[in-house]
Design a protein around this ligand. Structure first.
Ligand SMILES: [Fe+2]
Length: 202
C-alpha cells in the first residue's frame, strides 16, 4: 500500500490558512458559519499509557481502499460529520505518517461490498493529526451506530477498532460497544464535529 502523503497541506500553507481565518470570520461571518466546525483534538493523553482498545473488524472490511480524506460523494444521504484527532504513542508522542483506514455503513445501514463507497485510507500529518469528512453511519440490525477503523504506526502492528457516538440509545444493548471508544460529537452549522485520539502501543 503506497504511503503517499500528498494531499496534506504543507506547514507553510497551513500557517497561511490559520492566519487567514480571522479575516474570513470578520468579513464573511455568514459564510464562515456555513462551514463545518471541527473540534480541537483532545490535547493531552488523559489515560497516558493506555492504548486504544481493539475491536473486531466485522465482516465488511476490504483491503486496498482509496486514499482520501473525504468519503463524501454526490447524492450521498445522511447528516455530514467531520472527524478529527491525532494518533499518539502511549508516551503521548504524535505518530507522523500513521495509517488510518476507515470503513462504514451508509445512512441506511448498508455497506458497499462491491466497490469502495464510504471506504478510504489516509496518513496522519507531521503532528500525527487526521481529518475525515463523511456521513453519519446508519444503523443495522444488532449494532449501535459506529465507524470501523484500522490504525497503524509505520512498521508496527495494526490496531483494528471501532468508534461510537455519545448518547446513542443502541450503546446500551450492543455487546461490542465500549465506552472508551466514544467520540466527542457536537452539532455544527454544516456538519457534526467529531473528535477522537488514537493511542497506539507502538
Ligand atoms: Fe459495522
Amino acid at each position: 500500500m503506497a504511503r503517499n502523503r500528498a494531499g496534506w497541506p504543507g506547514r507553510r500553507a497551513f500557517l497561511r490558512w490559520s492566519l487567514a481565518v480571522p479575516a474570513v470570520v470578520v468579513g464573511a461571518r455568514r459564510q464562515a458559519l456555513a462551514q463545518p466546525r471541527t473540534l480541537s483534538p483532545t490535547p493531552s493523553c488523559v489515560d497516558k499509557g493506555t492504548p486504544t482498545p481493539s475491536q473486531t473488524a466485522g465482516p465488511f472490511f476490504k483491503p486496498q481502499s482509496p486514499q482520501r480524506n473525504s468519503l463524501l460523494e454526490p447524492g450521498m444521504g445522511g447528516p455530514r460529520i467531520v472527524l478529527t484527532g491525532s494518533v499518539m504513542s502511549t508516551a503521548c508522542r504524535p505518530i507522523p505518517g500513521a495509517l488510518l483506514d476507515f470503513w462504514q455503513a451508509d445512512n441506511r445501514g448498508g455497506y458497499d461490498n462491491t466497490g469502495f463507497r464510504l471506504r478510504g485510507h489516509q496518513f496522519a500529518d507531521e503532528q500525527g493529526r487526521y481529518r475525515l469528512e463523511t456521513v453519519v453511519p446508519g444503523l443495522y440490525t444488532g449494532r449501535t451506530r459506529h465507524f470501523h477503523v484500522r490504525v497503524q504506526a509505520p512498521n508496527q502492528p495494526i490496531l483494528t477498532t471501532q468508534l461510537y457516538f455519545p448518547d446513542e440509545p443502541g450503546n446500551r444493548s450492543d455487546f461490542i460497544f465500549r465506552p472508551e471508544l466514544v467520540m466527542t460529537v457536537r452539532d455544527g452549522a454544516g456538519a457534526k464535529a467529531g473528535a477522537f485520539n488514537f493511542v497506539l502501543a507502538a
